[in-house]
Design a binder for this molecule. Structure first.
Ligand code: SAM
Ligand code: DTB
Ligand code: SF4
Length: 326
């Protein structure tokens, strides 16, 4: 009879009341892959149905022409990406997309706008979209950039469930990626959304040439929010021609899976969303991400400006893996 060999001892997880350090999370990253995934599965199964995946649909309600210089983004007016600028969609167009998304099984509808932040007259139109989408029986999410005083309260009053605002990377690397606003600006908007009583959707982008330490620092920052974001999108960089990150060095796919596992372990009760980049991932890599504790996806053929994995491919993958929507 073969004897079971004990898994190598890893540093005990911090108690829920002690903050995570980047070093704690780097220690998780450094575990043998199988041990890391085993720990992530244990944490995942203690809180969630391990075979259920939440699906959010995404729609760009205002595309391109953004004043900001985020190096990864096709929508910055400062980059050369070939992108047609579009004015804000009409309410009817948004509602048609939301109804179609609901019919396909999405439970949340997220609307994105390429702004540094909304002007008050723009916000009024978004508020109408939020209340109308909510009336269809969908959860609502918007991502509009930096909020001014009073805007979060208006969004909450319109029935907004989630405000998406990503930290994108660790503070120490943020200046390499964006110069037109600061990490502190983004933290202030997250605080406004929280103070108005909304749930937070906040994550980042992996594969921008950052170090593992930076990835660990981003996760520590997210995990130490009080409370941690209810929804944590982990985007793989989509390297878009014409953006300054078009030639970013390729990331080892296992490092991406490790990032998901570390997010799951450090934020046990959050939905961890396998976000941008799925179109270029194999089914096997996505399956590893689900095993590592990802339990949400963007569902539908398009993200904001780039293609997403097709819904029919997702359905086939869910069937092959015995996954269900929730
Ligand atoms: N303008 C608002 C803002 O910056 O918060 C909302 C829209 S912005 C496009 C939303 C998020 O999309 C970014 O924070 C980033 O995480 C993600 N994103 C944008 N371009 C991406 C890319 N090429 N690859 C991966 N994620 C991307
Ligand atoms: C998030 O974290 N990822 C989504 C959503 N929140 C708004 C956006 C991904 C965008 C990918 C590149 C594009 O399509 O332009
Ligand atoms: Fe503008 Fe948002 Fe793109 Fe930055 S990420 S350029 S703020 S749309």
């Amino acid at each position: 009879m073969p004897t079971a060999v004990a898994a190598p001892a890893a540093r005990p997880l911090p108690l829920p009341s002690t903050p995570w350090t980047a070093a704690d999370i780097e220690d998780l990253f450094a575990l043998p892959f199988n041990d890391l995934l085993y720990r992530a599965q244990q944490v995942h199964r203690a809180v969630f149905d391990a075979n259920a995946i939440q699906r959010s649909a995404l729609l760009s309600v205002k595309t391109g022409g953004c004043s900001e210089d985020c190096k990864y983004c096709s929508q910055s007016a400062r980059h050369e990406a070939k992108l047609a600028r579009e004015s804000m969609l009409e309410l009817e167009q948004v509602l048609d997309a939301a109804k179609a998304a609901k019919a396909k099984g999405a439970t949340r509808f997220c609307m994105g706008a390429a702004w540094r932040g909304p002007k008050d007259r723009d916000l009024d139109r978004v508020l109408e979209m939020v209340s109308s989408v909510k009336a269809l029986g969908l959860e609502t999410c918007v991502t509009l950039g930096l909020l001014k005083d009073g805007q979060a309260e208006k969004l909450a009053a319109a029935g907004l469930d989630f405000y998406n605002h990503n930290l994108d990377t660790a503070e120490e690397f943020y200046g390499e990626i964006v110069s037109t606003h600061s990490y502190a600006d983004r933290m202030a908007t997250l605080e406004k959304a929280r103070a108005a009583g909304m749930k937070i959707c906040c994550g980042g982008i992996i594969g921008m040439g950052e170090s593992r330490r930076v990835r660990a620092g981003l996760l520590a920052q997210l995990a130490n929010m009080k409370p941690a974001p209810e929804s944590v999108p982990i985007n793989h960089l989509v390297a878009i021609p014409g953006t300054p990150l078009a030639e970013a060095p390729a990331l080892d796919p296992f490092e991406f899976v490790r990032t998901i596992a570390c997010a799951r372990i450090s934020m046990p009760t959050s939905f961890v969303r396998l976000s941008a980049g799925r179109q270029d991932m194999s089914d096997e890599l996505q399956a590893l991400c689900f095993l590592a504790g990802a339990n949400s996806i963007f569902y539908g053929d398009k993200l904001l400006t780039t293609a997403n994995a097709e819904a029919s491919r997702d359905e086939a993958l869910f069937a092959r893996l015995g996954l269900k929507g929730n």
